[in-house]
Design a protein around this ligand. Structure first.
Ligand code: PLP
Length: 442
């Protein structure tokens, strides 16, 4: 018996990837794919950067690994120095880890450690319905996706959930669209009171919901109202910027759209653009100083990895030098406008939404009632497969409040995408939607 890869694509005949350049991927048969999803909304600077590969190789040749308790590292110090001023966090301290879930776990522990250091035994973290924060147990506890959580409920920690600002399926339709932010803040306050204000350690949310719920941009009054409630009850704000960070939404961080200053921020994906498994938990100076005074015991073998820092630094330099954050805003406007022009009238397109280069198309069986397709129709999955046949790679997901129903096509191409490639993504997607939605199972 030979070894085999334990893969979620088991049994499917997938092409073998041979290489990538910019927005393009090639398989071993020479076929080209336009990557409109950056894998899982990961690749910001584009595929095949020799510059990042060289930075990784140089650091690995110099020294790949030392333990963080024994040495400082020039790569890490340099990375923190360049990244610090770009972060929407006061006096930021950066804790590098190996991915988004590890970063979320770290932030959750930091939140509890912060309160314990101040003599408060707060353990509840409030997440949002339908949200996704990772697959480890703490991250899954604060996620609001029923299907993912259900099998592991006995293992999940002390979390509660509040409403998500999901305009298309707004839980407060009577206040829609103005005043929704205040209603969400009211719901958060009610949840804090129900849990007992002295039990609630933190509120965790994506500034703009990413693939989970599909690029939901909150109303402008949402973040100011939510942070005001958190401050009133001494609840820390954790911004999950795993998907929205590093230029994805047309600003360096999603928080920047509303001037949000979280106490803790987590990032990953675009941080090293997929060249290295890098995640970051960032604390404010105040959280850092408080937990350090008390002694924060935490760590992973691969946290503070010098090669990860070298990769992150190289990616940061490219994002800055090539103006890719502004490019994300510009190309994003084009992507949104072309998706709307091409698809707004389609009978199965319920909503088209997004910001920067993070967009989603929500598909519905009926536009009037917004009823989703039955799960067994696998509509988004089949459309993504049809788009792939046309050489366009999309990400697909479920939405609909609890994150377990519905069909979302999610767009998150590398920020280097050209105007012509944006058009190619839209025409390929529209053709796939028309083809698949015409043939409905009886
Ligand atoms: N948080 C958000 C918003 C995410 O989108 C993801 C992954 O998709 C995670 C956390 C978990 O990150 P990772 O898959 O790197 O563990």
């Amino acid at each position: 018996m030979t070894g085999a890869v334990f893969s979620r694509a088991a049994g499917r005949d997938l092409p073998v990837v041979a290489g990538g350049r910019g927005t393009e991927l090639f398989d071993t048969s020479g076929r080209r794919y336009l990557d409109a999803a950056g894998g899982a909304i990961v690749v910001g600077i584009g595929h095949g950067s020799a510059e990042v590969a060289d930075a990784i190789a140089t650091q690995a040749r110099e020294v790949a690994y030392v333990h963080g308790s024994a040495f400082k590292s020039t790569a890490l110090e340099g990375y923190a120095e360049m990244l610090g001023p770009l972060l929407p966090v006061d006096d930021p301290y950066i804790y590098p880890v190996s991915g988004g879930s590890e970063a979320v776990e770290t932030a959750l522990k930091l939140a509890r450690a912060y309160h314990l250091a101040r003599g408060e035994d707060r353990s509840v973290v409030i997440g949002r319905t339908g949200a996704y924060h990772g697959n480890t147990r703490g991250a899954l506890s604060v996620s609001g996706r029923d299907g993912l959580r259900a099998p592991y409920l006995p293992w999940l920690g002390t979390a509660a959930h509040t409403t998500s600002p999901y305009e298309y399926r707004c839980p407060f339709p009577d206040s829609h669209p103005y005043g929704c932010g205040a209603r969400h803040a009211q719901a958060l306050e009610q949840e804090i009171v129900a849990q007992g204000p002295h039990n609630v350690a933190a509120f965790i949310a994506e500034p703009i919901a990413g693939a989970a719920l599909g690029a939901c941009v909150p109303p402008d009054d949402y973040w100011p109202a939510m942070t005001a409630v958190c401050r009133r009850y001494g609840v820390l704000v954790i911004a999950d910027e795993v998907m929205t960070g590093f230029g994805r939404t047309g600003r360096w961080f999603g928080c920047d759209h509303w001037g949000v200053r979280p106490d803790l921020l987590v990032a990953a994906k675009g941080a090293a653009s997929g060249y290295w498994p890098l995640g970051l938990a960032v604390t404010s100076g105040e959280v850092h100083d408080t937990v350090q005074r008390a002694g924060f015991v935490h760590g992973f073998t691969y946290s503070h990895h010098a090669v990860g820092a070298a990769a992150g630094l190289a990616v940061l330099k490219i994002l800055s030098r090539d103006g890719l954050v502004d490019a994300s805003a510009r190309r994003g406007e084009q992507l949104g406008a072309e998706l709307r022009a091409e698809l707004a009238d389609h009978p199965h397109v319920g909503d088209i939404r997004g910001r920067g280069l993070l967009w989603a198309v929500e598909l519905v069986a009926d536009r009037e009632t917004k009823v989703p397709f039955a799960r067994n129709e696998r509509m988004a999955e089949r459309i993504a497969a049809a788009a792939k046949d046309r050489g366009v790679l999309l990400y697909h997901s479920t939405g609909c409040a609890n994150g377990s129903e519905g069909d979302l096509l999610v767009f998150g191409p590398p920020l280097v995408i050209s105007p012509a490639e944006v058009t190619e993504v839209v025409t390929g997607t529209a053709a796939a939607i028309r083809e698949v939605s015409r043939v409905r199972p009886s």
